[in-house]
Each structure stands twice: as C-alpha cells, then as structure tokens.
Design a protein around this ligand. Structure first.
Ligand SMILES: CC(C)(COP(=O)(O)OP(=O)(O)OC[C@H]1O[C@@H](n2cnc3c(N)ncnc32)[C@H](O)[C@@H]1OP(=O)(O)O)[C@@H](O)C(=O)NCCC(=O)NCCS
Length: 124
C-alpha cells in the first residue's frame, strides 16, 4: 500500500498510519484479482473498557453496495468477540451520510457527539 497514485482512499501519511495499525491494531484486507478493493483498520486492545475501535473502513467506489463492507465489518465483530471485547466503537463525520447509514444498518447507535462527528457503538 505504499503508492497512493491510483488509490481509492487518501491518508496524509500512509506509511506511518499502516505502521501504527500493524503495531497495536489489526488490518483486514479484501483483494479481487490481486487488486486491493477494501480494508478495515481496527483496534482490540482496550482491556479495561473492552471496547474495540474501528479506525477506518474503506471500500473502492465501484465495489460499494456489494456486501464487501458488510463482510469487513462482520470480521471486526468476529475478531473483537474472540478477543473478549464487549462493544465496537467508531467515529463518523456528521456529513458522511453514506457511512452513517451503513453503520446504522448494522446496528450501531449514536452514543455521543462532537461538533463534527458522532461516536457510535455496537454491543457485541
Ligand atoms: C462506508 C463504506 C465502507 C460503506 O460501504 P458501502 O458498500 O457503501 O455500504 P452499503 O452500500 O452496504 O450501505 C450504505 C448504506 O448507507 C445508506 N446510503 C447509501 N447511500 C447514501 C446516501 N447517498 N446518503 C445517505 N445514506 C446513504 C443506505 O442506508 C445504505 O444501505 P442500503 O443498502 O439499505 O441502501 C463505503 O461507503 C466507503 O468506503 N466510503 C468511503 C470511506 C468512508 O467514508 N469510510 C467510513 C469512515 S467513518
């Protein structure tokens, strides 16, 4: 994931981000014919609160609404349960209507909010 030339997502410092996720988090990827078409980065290391945290989930535009995002999220829930987590949390920008709808469809509820984003939770 070093080159962002043809990437369907943009992260300011992709190498640092990947290093951070691979250090203490989890990265689940979905490939189609050797091409990365989606991934989810998440953490399952809050042993005190037992909250998993989805840092980022992205599916390439042409592969949205195909169930890949659903499968990535199901993997998060599966792995979080296996690691003894009791909730999955995430933050979504208030203007990201599609992502908000996607999380709502999968049972996430708004727990709190900032000026620009919602914190959503799913008990697992
Ligand atoms: C968020 C993301 C992974 C969801 O994957 P997806 O394949 O688009 O999700 P789905 O199509 O299954 O679900 C989207 C849901 O959002 C809603 N939705 C779709 N388009 C919408 C729109 N324009 N406005 C509002 N809601 C919308 C619908 O409820 C839809 O569910 P439906 O199947 O009942 O119609 C994907 O859209 C993505 O990669 N987005 C860019 C990156 C991103 O924003 N990530 C989240 C950061 S928090």
């Amino acid at each position: 994931m070093k080159s962002q030339k043809d990437a369907f997502f943009s992260i300011p410092d992709i190498d640092s981000y990947i290093d951070k996720v691979m250090g203490s988090g989890n990265l689940v990827t979905h490939y189609n014919n050797g091409k990365l078409i989606g991934f989810v980065a998440f953490y399952c290391n809050d042993e005190t609160m037992k909250h998993a945290f989805v840092s980022l989930i992205v599916v390439s535009p042409e592969m949205r609404n195909t169930g890949i995002s659903c499968s990535l999220l199901e993997t998060v829930v599966f792995m979080a349960k296996r690691k003894g987590m009791e909730k999955v949390r995430l933050e979504v920008k208030k203007n990201n209507h599609r992502a908000f709808g996607f999380y709502e469809k999968h049972g996430f509820k708004v727990n709190s909010q900032t000026e620009i984003s919602y914190i959503m939770e799913l008990p697992i």
